[in-house]
Design a protein around this ligand. Sequence first.
Ligand SMILES: [Zn+2]
Length: 367
Amino acid sequence: MVSLRSLCLLLFNYSSDKSQGAGRVLSLRRIRHGIYIRKTMQPVIDYLRKNQSRFVQELCAYLRFPSVSAQPQHRKDLKACAEWITEHCRKIGLQARLCATEGNPVVVAKTPSPREKSSKRPHYVVYGHYDVQPPEPLDLWTSPPFEPRIKGRLLFARGSADNKGQHLAHLNAVEAYLKTGTELPCDLTFVIEGEEEVGSKSLAAFLKKNRAELRCDAVVVSDTGMPGPKHPALTYALRGIAAVELTMRGPSRDLHSGIFGGSVENPAMALCQLLAKLRDKNGRITVPGFYDDVVPLSPLSENSSRGSPAVIANIKNFSACQNSLASAASPPPNSARRGPPWRSTDSPAVIRARAARQSSPRGPGPS
Ligand SMILES: [Zn+2]
């Protein structure tokens, strides 16, 4: 679960810091600023506290939509999910509309009082996505993926942390400002798309078409995380993804391994050998030229990606072994989708927890 109060403070501070000075003046300003925050934000924080259980119920309702963009049978669920979040935005006081695209619709929701040309308030676009990763394999879930389960302060459901939970928390923060009549320090436009998990195919055309309306001082990507409930974070860089599909061809037809095994090159084995050579033992990618146009990490980035105990604890939490930490700061080769079964509708963004292969000394069996 994310801390609503932290998000609220982050949202406020993010826009206020711009106007602050530097050096020693800052400390005095900080004190005044702190008093100002407490005074201005108390009603907002009270509202968040008072409505917390409703927020959780609304999150559960949002999570019940199986909005899996990689599976065509969920097209209607995606539309229903987009309509639900559009209606939610309207209910909390935003001007919201659903924009059709060639694929799944994009939700646009703006804070009231359109930005005037003379206004000095900054304008931020908050990005999020309502589509989710496929939930398979289902047998690894301890409760159904689209029936949210609450255990202590944790909530389990597909999409809860990627990304319905985060952008709904941002919307909760905005709701608290609007419903308590507290002036927002900035104008906000939410852009919530439905194809992030399948490469955001329609987003570029949508952004170009709406360029004037979405002109802004910065984009806040809600599709990130916090190392822990006590470690709020602002993510300032994200890595992208490139996916390839390799097909290795061998004999002209399938052959009996009892007769041909060991004599004829098996494409499955050749493919395994090729994949194994893509990365050295330190996690460096061995493809010639791969790092040619990669900008080296700044000392600050290197520190923040390696140094935070909360981040390291988080990685360890999900790692099968200590060595997984070695390559945490460098881009991995295409290790996603190694696990069976291969599905052409799988998202390339998944690192499966399990990889298996049938094999025999005659040669690896069929894949
Ligand atoms: Zn995401």
